[in-house]
Design a protein around this ligand. Structure first.
Ligand code: ACO
Length: 318
């Protein structure tokens, strides 16, 4: 038994902040942001929206594309770093909003690798026969954990959600998943604050050593892609579409170059979305499926890296 993605969906909040909008908030410039990151704009959620609202739109979209209804769903996994609340999980809140009855529902916290972790987890449920149709979502509202006075981080992130329906299949879909983590780097990229004693303890905003993240990301993304293709007796040149985590165009280009994959085989959304963390891969995937770039039988590789550090890849036959 295999698992296969049978529908994709996404949602981006209506409000858009361009680089020029950010020039009015912090000491930055459109030129600096484009040159260092490739980002031109990002979507920002309304103050009333929570991650499950974004996840709901993306999930409905994916279910419609897959032709499945709420009665068909028997697993919900939400990858998020910006959950609606401490508990219950965003997945349980999404379950209620989708009107899905009695199925396992839980969140995965692996920051920007979250969607890859969630998809790998859902694959194990589906291929073991424990579930037939899983909703796997990446949903984030990073605008809530950005210090809007810190130009070194506030220009990088955006909000959004992407979702897939992963179902049992007799034809190969997911070929292999590869997950890694190294907690020795937990201080390099974090939101170190927490809730205790009725208030926020510590800093509730993103803290990041940008250069360390950059170098680590390029190194491990190259390694994990080689690991995925080697396990399947393939070469990087066999990959039809590379769908990387969308953090920075320079990380994406450096990784593709090291892998010998031309940029016309790489799906890029960071220019329009910014870094949407766990949502970035399913948002880019949905874009490339809907605009017709990804077709049946193509080899697609999803790869991501994020705080933890965590990193991973999923190789699949579309
Ligand atoms: N506008 C203008 N100037 C800025 C800005 C800004 N928004 N931010 C920083 N600068 C300044 C700095 O103060 C510094 O000035 P100085 O030379 O006078 O000290 C100068 O620009 C260069 O700063 P660096 O940090 O060295 O710039 P760098 O080329 O490393 O780019 C960046 C910074 C874009 C953050 C880069 O390191 C990066 O992309 N790192 C990866 C981080 C990342 O993607 N994080 C996302 C989360 S993790 C993930 O998703 C994988």
């Amino acid at each position: 038994m295999y698992s296969k993605i049978i529908g994709t969906g996404s949602y981006l909040p209506e409000k858009v902040y361009t680089n020029h909008d950010l020039e009015k908030i912090v000491d930055t410039s459109d030129e600096w942001i484009r040159a260092r990151t490739g980002i031109t704009q990002r979507h920002i959620a309304d103050e009333s929206q929570v991650a499950s609202d974004l996840a709901l739109h993306a999930s409905k979209n994916a279910m419609e594309a897959a032709g499945v209804g709420s009665k068909d769903i028997d697993l919900i996994i939400v990858a998020t770093t910006t959950p609606d609340m401490v508990f219950p999980s965003t997945a349980c809140i999404l379950q209620q909003k989708l009107g899905v009855d009695n199925c396992p529902a839980f969140d995965v916290q692996a920051v920007c690798s979250g969607f890859v972790y969630a998809l790998a987890t859902a694959d194990m449920f589906v291929t073991s026969g424990k579930c037939r149709n899983a909703i796997v979502v990446g949903a984030e509202i990073y605008s809530k954990i950005i210090d809007w006075n810190d130009r070194s981080t506030c220009v990088l992130f955006g909000d959004g959600a992407g979702a897939v329906v992963l179902s049992q299949s007799e034809q190969p879909g997911i070929l292999s998943s590869h997950l890694h983590a190294n907690g020795n780097y937990s201080n390099v990229l974090s939101v170190p604050g927490n809730i205790g004693g009725g208030k926020v303890q510590g800093t509730p905003y993103i803290s990041m050593e940008g250069n360390t993240v950059f170098k680590f990301a390029v190194k491990v993304l190259e390694e994990v892609v080689h690991e995925a293709v080697a396990e399947n007796d393939l070469q990087t040149t066999d990959i039809d579409w590379l769908i990387p985590h969308q953090a920075n165009i320079r990380i994406i280009k450096s990784t593709a170059k090291k892998l010998g994959i031309p940029m016309d085989k790489v799906v890029v959304a960071v220019d329009k979305h910014g870094n949407t963390s766990a949502a970035s891969i399913p948002l880019a995937l949905d874009m490339a499926v809907r605009d017709g770039r990804i077709h049946s039988d193509q080899l697609v590789l999803l790869e991501g890296v994020g705080g933890g550090f965590t990193w991973g890849a999923v190789l699949l036959r579309w």
